[in-house]
Design a protein around this ligand. Structure first.
Ligand SMILES: NC(=O)c1ccc[n+]([C@@H]2O[C@H](COP(=O)([O-])OP(=O)(O)OC[C@H]3O[C@@H](n4cnc5c(N)ncnc54)[C@H](O)[C@@H]3O)[C@@H](O)[C@H]2O)c1
Length: 349
């Protein structure tokens, strides 16, 4: 199935509104999931909608709940997300960080009692659109082993950093595991092996067998340095912001109970240091230096972080978003249960 961005957003919005989400909430979730699919991050696109719907039905994700600022200074805030839709809570948190950065040079906002929010880069990009630098961190259920350890204790903790630049912004947006759990499960379904380095088995040995990997743990990217980074992210978006860490984090994989993960969002105004146009021009010069430098064998260009996704985005805006049959069939089933005709919705244009 191929969906346009508009079709995908309409489907998500309609289903969520049927489940009591406000127009604003449904619109934001649709936008962020749609952007995930547009950029080629399918594991954080419409594939996540059934998870959200299960959470709403169970009462662990609560539409129309209001966030509460529980602690605040001029440049910081701590938000209780009140178990709202993660994407909507995250947008409000980044908006507050941006507001503070514009007044005071920096805004740093922590979030607890929220839910899985999809692609971290979406919120960093909110800052970019205001000519600010955006930094976004989030935690997940424990899936990744510490360096030298066997048990999954760390999340696949995402880090996004967005930098305003021309002609396209810089947008680093990544998990801190080599691969996602989704990719391991996909290989298992297809009966394929996984590349060495993705995961270890329960005894701590590297494995290429996805079944053993699923029972074991994902490996952090970049060896010991990736582990060190993930550890720090877990503290910033966990212990610091009143959220859980390690094995106490749950609810991002399956919303069985209230989610205990945390988020940390920073907006930083380059104008606190330099003129924004000067900053952009320096970044541009650096990009040119990188792009015109000597290429390694087998490479004919050097990309900047975010560039692969912006290219996929342009292509998919024109050609549509491929949706796997099993995802489409699951959405059909869910729609039927809600009394909605998915094909009719899609064919509205
Ligand atoms: N919400 C959550 O709990 C959660 C958890 C983990 C990951 N995620 C999201 O999953 C998504 C996917 O993460 P990922 O780690 O699989 O991404 P990835 O490995 O595909 O890309 C990571 C980064 O590397 C950059 N990159 C890739 N190829 C490049 C190249 N040739 N030159 C320059 N830069 C290049 C990309 O632009 C991107 O910024 C992200 O949006 C992330 O936020 C979310």
């Amino acid at each position: 199935m191929i969906l346009t961005f508009e079709q995908e957003k309409r489907i998500i919005q309609t289903l969520l509104k049927k489940l009591n989400a406000s127009g604003e909430e449904a619109g934001i979730v649709a936008e962020v999931l749609g952007e995930g699919d547009l950029r080629g991050f399918g594991s954080h696109g419409i594939l996540r909608l059934p998870y959200i719907i299960r959470g709403i039905k169970r009462g662990t994700i609560v539409p129309q709940s209001k966030i509460k600022i529980v602690k605040e200074t001029l440049a910081t805030a701590l938000i209780d997300g009140n178990h709202g839709l993660g994407h909507h809570v995250a947008v409000q948190a980044m908006k507050l960080a941006i507001e503070k950065a514009k007044k005071h040079g920096i805004g740093a906002v922590g979030v607890f009692n929220s839910n899985h929010f999809g692609i971290a880069g979406y919120y960093a990009e909110m800052a970019i659109k205001e000519n600010l630098i955006g930094i976004v961190i989030t935690t997940t259920d424990p899936l990744v082993h510490p360096w030298g350890g066997v048990e999954p204790i760390l999340g696949t903790n995402a880090l996004a950093v967005g930098i305003p630049a021309e002609p396209i912004p810089i947008l680093m947006d990544m998990a801190t595991s080599v691969a996602s759990r989704g990719k391991i499960l996909e290989a298992m379904k297809k009966g394929q092996k996984i590349p060495e380095g993705w995961a270890i088995d329960t005894e701590g040995y590297p494995t290429t067998d996805p079944e053993k990997a699923a029972k074991g743990a994902l490996s952090p990217f970049g060896g010991v340095k990736g582990y060190a980074l993930s550890f720090i992210l877990e503290i910033l978006a966990g212990s610091l912001v009143n959220a859980a860490v390690g094995k106490e984090v749950h609810g991002t994989l399956e919303p069985k109970s209230f989610c205990t993960k945390g988020d940390f969002m920073i907006a930083l105004d380059p104008q606190a240091y330099t003129l924004v146009e000067e900053f952009k021009s320096r970044v541009k010069n650096f990009i040119v230096e990188l792009k015109t430098s000597k290429k390694a064998p087998g490479f004919n260009e050097i990309l900047v972080p975010g560039e692969p996704e912006f290219r996929t985005r342009e292509k998919r805006l024109k050609e549509g978003i491929p949706i796997a049959d099993e995802v489409w069939n699951e959405l059909k089933q869910i729609s039927q249960e809600l009394g909605i005709d998915l094909n009719y919705l899609k064919d509205l244009g």
